[in-house]
Design a protein around this ligand. Sequence first.
Ligand code: G4P
Length: 287
Amino acid sequence: MDNMQNIQWFPGHMTKTRRAITRDLSLVDAVIEVLDARIPLSSRNPDIAALIGNTPSVILLNKCDMADPAATRRWVDALSGDRTAALAVNCKTGLGVDKLQPLLQRLLSDKLDGLRRKGMLNPSMRAMIVGIPNVGKSTFINRIAGRNKAKASDRPGVTRGNQWFTVSKGFEILDTPGVLWPKFDDPQVGERLAFTGAIKDNIMDIELLAVRLLDLLRVLRPTAFIERFRLSDEELMLSSYDLLSLIASRRGMLVRGGEADTERASAMLLDEFRSSKLGRITLELPS
Ligand code: G4P
């Protein structure tokens, strides 16, 4: 995955985003961090925990419709703590999203009670959204806020480009335009983001990517994958490249001379993984 290592960070942008997040944190009570439930580690910006510090946060394990439900339950447990709650959601259908507001109310109960004691009748909760590209932030905002957008310019002290959305009376969310990058310098992270389609695969060797995905699938052995390609236990013991050739032949993907068209099979395999045809698969588990 040498190509992955060629993707460079933009240190200037990162510093700017970091500064913007730190500044925006002073405007909110909580952070909503969106992750991809299939790869909760690889889809997490490596600096985010340090940046958020003690601010209460809700981690949304989004795209849970494509992840293994048992693995997602383990992640919800592993990521939940005193100041952090985790929630499995499918922002495309809205599944689980209605649990967010009560969860935030619970996380912020001390603060909200304090404000009520001071005489504020309906103290509002403000949360900001963070997440690397493609985890589903826009889908989440559309789902939760619909068209209830408030113009950023309506509010004093708000960074240009930031957008406030009113979810309901007493609950507002801030979408930040700063791009948070994943941990690109770790080739494994790059691969996993590429498997899910978060990184375009035209920047890397597609056969190598498919072979690396098969390395994982051979170990995870998702039923839908095994049944789809009618793979026996012996066949699952083949090297990943030989397995790719077998899958190509089984699908009738041959080049002239009758050899397996592994390039076409690679594109097909990645496509089927991304559309969940190989099953609901989580590629990373909590340690
Ligand atoms: P971003 O703002 O964080 O960059 O992500 P965005 O909302 O644009 O979502 C990225 C892709 O993920 C979109 O697919 C979106 O539909 C999909 N997505 C978001 N949430 C979920 C979910 O819970 N489940 C599933 N299965 N998919 C989800 P796309 O192919 O880029 O666009 P589209 O063809 O769906 O419009």
